[in-house]
Design a protein around this ligand. Structure first.
Ligand code: SF4
Length: 386
């Protein structure tokens, strides 16, 4: 048995352990176990510094999860968009392939609480139908292995899946959606990486939410993946009392770059049954983006998105940097709230735009009106072309 498997075996997961270790009322612990079981492995448990801290909140069951039973179970409509079991096909050229129900820990905010942890709900029996679907749908060029966590599979099982996918010519890239580098970095072994690199291009999307999750162990895991040619991206979710603070997010993003993980997405939390207590306002998200853009490397800035309820997919959000736009120019503000004008050139999409050979006067009147707000300062805008 490998170290990571031993750590899974030593996880806290029974009602008795929840009562004893975290002082949870027995009836509540039983109800929580019924709703969405616990798994807290010794590595992740060891990152907790005090009760209620950002690590604790992510893994220790709380009574409040039982309070929003009216909320939606499958907010992203993954099941409705599942043509065969184990596959969700939402976007034209990508498919989500669920290969296991198991995870290194069971995150209390999980969007797939309805399925994760239950062997019956993501069954290996469905894999054959899923492979057939992927073989027949030649438009799919990108497959994301998820679950559960695909790195809960043994190297042998995972290799069987990768080998089969690599036989499908139209599948160009394979992504592994895994929290293992964060919650159980011992899973990222040289053997695993040696196996994975036979099936490149393979990408990993992982899920760090807080700077305390960046440890010697998780740094080693991410660097090992990078050394073996696996680009690693991070998807973070903004959550109350975990990371709803611009300084925390900035520290996390900067530290991720140091361990060669590229911040990829920052999500608003989904409207998920049993996880709504983690949700924050969109304004909080905007504030975080404002605190990053211009204040740190562009590489450290993830796409800020809402995964639209009802299966609409990821929709990007940006603070409003455009103050005015017409066919001749766009008026923008920068991260310091200073205002700039950029000539909007004529081309096939904008035949009435600025044309340097003919010469045009900028529409000073309308622009001045747009930029006369007290907070802004017009720096580049008295230019009149002839
Ligand atoms: S690792 Fe991912 S799938 Fe598993 S419980 Fe956490 S969020 Fe859910």
């Amino acid at each position: 048995m490998e170290t990571w498997q031993k750590l899974i075996r030593e996880s806290v997961h029974t009602v008795d352990e929840l009562v004893e270790k975290f002082n949870i009322d027995r009836k509540v612990a039983e109800d929580l176990d019924e709703f969405f079981q616990a798994r807290i492995n010794p590595y992740y448990l060891g990152l907790i510094r005090y009760p209620g801290d950002p690590i604790w909140l992510q893994c220790i069951p709380e009574k409040i999860e039982l309070d929003d039973f009216d909320a939606i179970e499958d907010p992203l409509m993954e099941d409705a968009m599942s043509p065969v079991s184990n596959i969700t096909h939402r976007y034209p050229d990508r498919a989500l392939f669920l290969v296991t129900s198991q995870c290194g820990i069971y995150c209390r905010f999980c969007t797939r609480k309805r399925k994760v942890g239950d062997y019956e709900k993501i069954s290996m029996k469905g894999l054959e139908a899923a492979f057939k679907y992927l073989e027949e749908h030649t438009e799919i060029r990108d497959v994301i292995l998820s679950g559960g966590d695909p790195l809960m599979l043994t190297d042998i099982m995972l290799e069987k899946i990768l080998k089969r996918l690599r036989k499908i010519e139209h599948i160009e890239i394979i992504r592994l959606g895994t929290r293992m580098p964060v919650v159980l970095p011992q899973r990222i072994t040289p053997n695993l990486c040696n196996m994975i690199k036979k099936y490149h291009p393979i990408y990993v999307n992982t899920h760090f939410n807080h700077p305390w999750e960046i440890t010697d162990e998780s740094s080693r895991a991410c660097e090992l993946l990078a050394d073996n040619g696996v680009p690693v991206g991070n998807q973070m979710v903004i959550m109350k009392d975990i990371n709803d603070d611009p300084a925390i997010v900035k520290e996390l993003m900067q530290k991720l770059l140091k361990i060669r993980v590229r911040p990829y997405y920052m999500y608003m939390a989904d409207e998920t049954k049993g996880a709504n207590h983690f949700r924050t306002s969109v304004e909080t998200g905007m504030k975080i983006v404002e605190a990053l853009r211009g204040h740190t490397s562009g590489l450290a800035i993830p796409h800020f998105v809402i995964d639209a309820p009802g299966g609409g997919g990821k929709i990007p959000l940006l603070p409003n940097y455009v103050l005015h736009m017409d066919e001749e120019q766009i008026i923008l503000r920068n991260y310091q709230n200073k205002v700039y004008s950029y000539k909007n050139y004529a081309d096939k999409n904008n035949p009435d735009g600025y044309n340097s050979t003919k010469g045009k006067k900028a529409k000073t009147k309308s622009v001045k009106k747009q930029t006369s707000k007290k907070k802004t300062e017009v720096l580049v805008f008295d230019e009149v072309d002839s």
